[in-house]
Design a protein. Structure first.
Length: 237
């Protein structure tokens, strides 16, 4: 549903991809009302974008293949290894710029349990930066400073699983079916064992298998990477 009160610029952009997005969304969720809510969220995020980001939006619309240009040079980094924390990265942006970098790729930096983080890929809180790296405000400040210097910012965002310490996982362990349905839970090993016959293993030596027993729930849960990373079921999110 297109809201007539939305800005003409936003409506023009949305309509360009509306039919395809709706088809893809309803193929997965089969819920037109949820898609309307999704569009409302898109508009909210658009309305909250800064003037600087909206200028970047316009520039990228004018040059849609901007990321393929020969002038693009990316740098991938773990924040802690490069500068200790997000403020440290911000303090070293002049050096990054002197290197000719205009695309900064930050490896996972959201909150994850010590010793069970898989390099930051086992996220326990998607709304909080790992404390020793800084805060969400620090991340926002870094992104703003990068944009002022003409640098794009990419965050390695984990979408296919959560940490077993995530709120959803805790509630799933406690037996709440709604949250168990957000993952892949099985009452016994019968179905998981059938999958294991053909599904490849990501870490066959350090984390063999694709499923783990959850003692608290007395069920089996799908854990493609590590036992502390629970795969998300996108049909129920």
């Amino acid at each position: 549903m297109i809201n007539e009160n939305w800005e003409s610029e936003f409506k023009t952009r949305l309509l360009e991809h509306y039919d395809e997005m709706k088809w893809l969304y309803t193929e997965l969720y089969n819920d037109p009302h949820a898609f309307d809510y999704f569009c409302e969220m898109l508009h909210q995020y658009y309305a909250e974008r800064s003037d600087l980001l909206k200028e970047w939006d316009e520039a990228r619309i004018a040059v849609p293949n901007w990321y393929q240009g020969n002038e693009m040079l990316g740098m991938l980094m773990y924040v802690k290894q490069f500068a200790g924390n997000l403020k440290g990265v911000k303090e070293h942006l002049d050096y990054v710029q002197e290197c000719g970098v205009n695309y900064l790729h930050l490896m996972p930096l959201l909150e994850s349990p010590a010793g069970r983080s898989d390099g930051g890929y086992a996220v326990s809180n998607f709304r909080k930066v790992q404390p020793e790296l800084g805060t969400m405000e620090d991340l926002s400040d870094l992104a703003t400073e990068c944009h002022k210097k003409g640098m794009s910012v990419c965050l390695d965002f984990v979408m296919n699983h959560t940490s077993e310490d995530h709120e959803w996982a805790k509630r799933a362990r406690a037996g709440e079916k709604e949250y168990q349905d957000r993952y892949f839970f099985f009452d016994n090993w019968n179905i998981p064992n059938e999958f294991e016959k053909t599904v490849p293993q990501v870490f066959p030596t350090t984390a063999p298998g694709n499923f783990s027993w959850c003692e608290e729930a007395h069920k089996v849960v799908m854990t493609t990477f590590y036992p502390y990373q629970w795969d998300l079921n996108y049909n129920n999110m």
